[in-house]
Design a protein around this ligand. Structure first.
Ligand SMILES: N[C@H](CCC[C@H](N)C(=O)O)C(=O)O
Length: 278
C-alpha cells in the first residue's frame, strides 16, 4: 500500500490516496499503519477521497492511531491541501476547497508556503460537543478529578474538545488529567483535552492530550477550540490572529466572530513516500 508520510507542526500522518478505490479501512489496519514499531508510525491516518460536494477538489477522512475515527483534523487538513497541490489536483497559488466529515473547508495559501484553512464554526452547545450531565450551555464547566475541581470550556470543531486554562503549560499534569477527563461520563465521545496558558490577548501556549493518540506535538482543531473557547470568555482576541505556540510549532488562529468561523494558518511538510506491505 503506497503512502505519504507528512506532518503539520510535528503532528504526523500517513496519507493514503483512496480516490480510485476505497478499500475498507478497518480500525485494525489503521492501528497497524500507525504503530511506530510494527508499522509506519503516525498520530493519524488521513485518506484522500473523491470529492463529495460541488466546488470541492477532494474529501478526506481521519483515523487516530488507535483506529478510532474522527470528524476533523486541522493539521491534517493543511497536509491534505499540500498533498493535493503536489499531486497537481489543486492549484499551487489559488484558492480551492476540500471536505472533511465536519464540512467544506475553503483553502488559501499563507505567505510562508503554508495554508490557511477555514475550519468552520465552533459549536458550543452541549449536544454538539457532545457533553453530558450539564444543565445548559456555559462558557465554563466544572469537573472534579482526583479531588481537584477543573474548570474547562467545551467546544466542537467537528470533533470534541475540552480546554483548561492553566498558569504554566510546562507544569500541567497532562498525562494524568488528559485520560481522566476523556474517560469521564461528561464526555460520551471522549475528548481532545487542551491545556492553554494565556501569554497575551494575541498569544497562547497550548498542549493537547488527543483522543485516540495521547499527547501530540500539535493539534490544529485543538488550537482552534482553545482560541474559540478563550475568546468567548474574553481571554484572547476575536477577529485577530492569535499565535498558538504548541510543542511542535506555532499556528495562527483567528476567530472571526462576525462570520462565526475559525481560520487556521500553518505549515504542512512532506517527510517521505513509501510502500507498506499489508
Ligand atoms: N485526535 C482527534 C483527531 C485529530 C485532531 C488533531 N490531530 C488536529 O490536528 O486537529 C480526535 O479524535 O478528535
Amino acid at each position: 500500500m503506497r503512502f505519504s508520510k507528512m506532518h503539520g507542526a510535528g503532528n504526523d500522518f500517513v496519507v493514503l490516496d483512496l480516490r480510485s478505490d476505497v478499500p475498507p479501512l478497518s480500525p485494525d489496519l489503521c492501528a497497524r499503519l500507525a504503530d511506530r514499531h510494527f508499522g509506519v508510525g503516525c498520530d493519524q491516518i488521513l485518506t484522500v477521497e473523491a470529492p463529495r460536494s460541488a466546488g470541492t477538489i477532494a474529501a478526506y477522512r481521519i483515523w487516530n492511531a488507535d483506529g478510532s475515527p474522527s470528524g476533523q483534523c486541522g493539521n491534517g487538513a493543511r497536509c491534505i491541501a499540500a498533498w493535493l497541490v503536489r499531486d497537481g489536483a489543486a492549484p499551487a497559488d489559488a484558492a480551492f476547497a476540500i471536505e472533511s466529515p465536519a464540512g467544506v473547508h475553503p483553502v488559501t495559501r499563507d505567505g510562508d508556503g503554508g495554508f490557511v484553512i477555514d475550519m468552520g464554526a465552533p459549536r458550543f452547545a452541549p449536544a454538539d460537543v457532545p457533553l453530558a450531565g450539564v444543565d445548559g450551555e456555559r462558557d465554563e464547566y466544572a469537573l472534579e478529578i482526583d479531588g481537584e475541581t477543573l474548570r474547562f470550556g467545551a467546544v466542537s470543531m467537528g470533533n470534541p474538545h475540552a480546554v483548561i486554562e492553566v498558569a504554566d503549560v510546562d507544569a500541567a499534569d497532562v498525562a494524568r488529567i488528559g485520560p481522566a477527563m476523556q474517560s469521564n461520563a461528561m464526555f460520551p465521545a471522549s475528548a481532545n483535552v487542551g491545556f492553554a496558558q494565556v501569554l497575551a490577548p494575541d498569544r497562547i501556549r497550548l498542549r493537547v492530550f488527543e483522543r485516540g493518540v495521547g499527547e501530540t506535538l500539535a493539534c490544529g482543531s485543538g488550537a482552534c477550540a482553545a482560541v474559540a473557547a478563550l475568546a468567548r470568555r474574553g481571554r484572547v482576541l476575536k477577529d485577530a490572529d492569535v499565535a498558538v505556540e504548541l510543542p511542535g510549532g506555532t499556528l495562527r488562529i483567528r476567530f472571526d466572530a462576525a462570520a462565526g468561523t475559525v481560520f487556521m494558518g500553518g505549515p504542512a511538510a512532506f517527510v517521505f513516500d513509501g510502500i507498506m506491505s499489508v
